[in-house]
Design a binder for this molecule. Structure first.
Ligand code: BTN
Length: 321
C-alpha cells in the first residue's frame, strides 16, 4: 500500500497498467488495492476511463527515510496509522523505551484534543506529532510549558511563511480567529515530582475540506495557497521545539513571557472565561510568570491556570475596549 499511495501522491493520472507494473501485480489486483486504500485512508481516488486513477487532491507524504536520516535531538517513530501519537508515546514508555523520543503518523484514528474533544486527523494532510520527555522537578518545569510549546509552533508557522498567526491562551494558534494548530500536554507519574510528559502537537497543514470539525479552522495550504512539504515542516517544528524547550528548562517560562505576550492575539480585549458552567468576564491583561492568565475583573486582577478552562472573545458591547 505504501508504494501505491506514493505513486498516487502527485495527484496526476496513473494507468492501471503503470501501477500494476510498478507493484508487479495485475490490473484487477490494483483495483482491489485501491478500494482497500480508500477504505483505510478515506482519500478520494478518481477513476477515469482511458486515463487511469488519481487522487483528487495531491498529498505531501511524510518521507520516513529523510526523517530517519535528518531528524535531530531525539529518535522518531514514523507510523502510517495510530489511535493517537500521544497514546503511542505512553505505550512505548510502558514498553521501556527511554525518554526522550518522538512519534508521528500519517493518520490518527482517535486523535485527542483538549477538554476531552476529538482531534480530526485525516490521512496525509496534517501533522500529528508527540514528544515524550522525562521531568525531574515536575511542578516547576511544567509551569508555562504548554505556552512555551505554543511559541515553538508559532515560530515554525511563521518560518513556513504565515505572517498572520498568533496565540490564544493557553495554547491555541489562530489565523483570523480560525484555528490552525493545537497542543495537548499529558502527564504520567507525579506531576509535582518525577514524571513524564507527552507534548502533543497538531497542525492543520494541507487540509482543504473537512465537514467533521465543529469550530472555525484553517490550514497552511488554505492560507498560503500551495501544497506544504510536511517533512520539512516537521523537521522545522522539531528544531524549534528543541530551542524553546532548552530555554524553558534552563530559565523557566519567565524568559519567554514577553515573547508570548507580544504574540497574544487577545491582549487587552474583553474575554469570557468558561470554567464549568460559570462564565467569567474580564479584560485580558496577559499572563503571569507561571503562564497563568491575568484577567481584570471589576478592577481587580485575578489569575487563572489553564486546567479545564476555555477562553472566548466576549460578545458584550465592551468587546473592543
Ligand atoms: C487541542 O487544541 O484541542 C489540542 C489538539 C492536540 C492534537 C495533537 S495531534 C498529535 C497529538 N496526538 C493526539 O491525540 N493529540 C495531539
Amino acid at each position: 500500500m505504501n508504494l501505491l499511495i506514493k505513486l498516487l501522491a502527485d495527484g496526476k493520472f496513473h494507468s492501471g497498467e503503470e501501477l500494476g507494473l510498478a507493484l508487479q501485480i495485475s490490473r484487477s489486483a490494483i483495483w482491489k488495492r485501491l478500494r482497500k486504500l480508500e477504505t483505510f485512508t478515506h482519500l478520494d481516488i478518481q477513476k477515469v476511463k482511458g486515463k487511469g486513477y488519481r487522487l483528487t487532491t495531491p498529498l505531501s507524504l511524510l518521507d520516513s527515510k529523510q526523517l530517519k536520516l535528518t531528524f535531530q535531538h531525539w529518535p522518531i517513530k514514523v507510523l502510517n496509522n495510530v489511535d493517537s501519537t500521544n497514546t503511542e508515546c505512553f505505550r512505548l514508555l510502558a514498553n521501556n523505551l527511554t525518554a526522550p523520543f518522538a512519534v508521528t503518523a500519517e493518520q490518527q484514528s482517535n486523535g485527542k484534543g483538549r477538554r476531552g474533544r476529538q482531534w480530526i486527523s485525516p490521512f496525509g494532510q496534517n501533522l500529528y506529532f508527540s514528544l515524550l520527555i522525562g521531568l525531574k522537578n515536575g511542578s516547576t518545569q511544567l509551569q508555562g510549558l504548554s505556552l512555551s510549546v505554543g511559541l515553538a509552533v508559532l515560530n515554525t508557522l511563521k518560518k513556513a511563511g504565515l505572517a498572520t498567526v498568533g496565540l490564544k491562551w493557553p495554547n491555541d494558534l489562530l489565523v483570523n480567529n480560525k484555528k490552525i494548530a493545537g497542543i495537548l500536554l499529558e502527564i504520567n507519574g507525579d506531576p509535582a515530582d518525577i514524571c513524564h510528559v507527552v507534548i502533543g502537537i497538531g497542525i492543520n497543514v494541507n487540509m482543504l475540506l473537512n465537514g467533521q470539525i465543529d469550530q472555525a479552522w484553517t490550514s497552511l495550504q488554505q492560507e498560503l495557497n500551495n501544497l506544504v512539504d510536511r517533512t520539512t515542516l516537521l523537521l522545522d517544528l522539531n528544531n524549534s521545539l528543541y530551542q524553546y524547550l532548552k530555554i524553558h528548562f534552563q530559565k523557566g517560562f519567565i524568559a519567554l513571557k514577553e515573547e508570548w505576550q507580544n504574540n497574544n492575539l487577545w491582549q487587552d480585549k474583553m474575554v469570557t472565561l468558561l470554567q464549568g458552567n460559570q462564565p467569567i468576564y474580564g479584560k485580558m491583561l496577559g499572563v503571569d510568570d507561571t503562564g497563568a492568565l491575568k484577567l481584570l475583573i471589576n478592577n481587580e486582577i485575578q489569575h487563572f491556570n489553564a486546567g479545564e478552562v476555555s477562553l472566548r472573545l466576549a460578545t458584550s458591547p465592551n468587546n473592543e475596549s
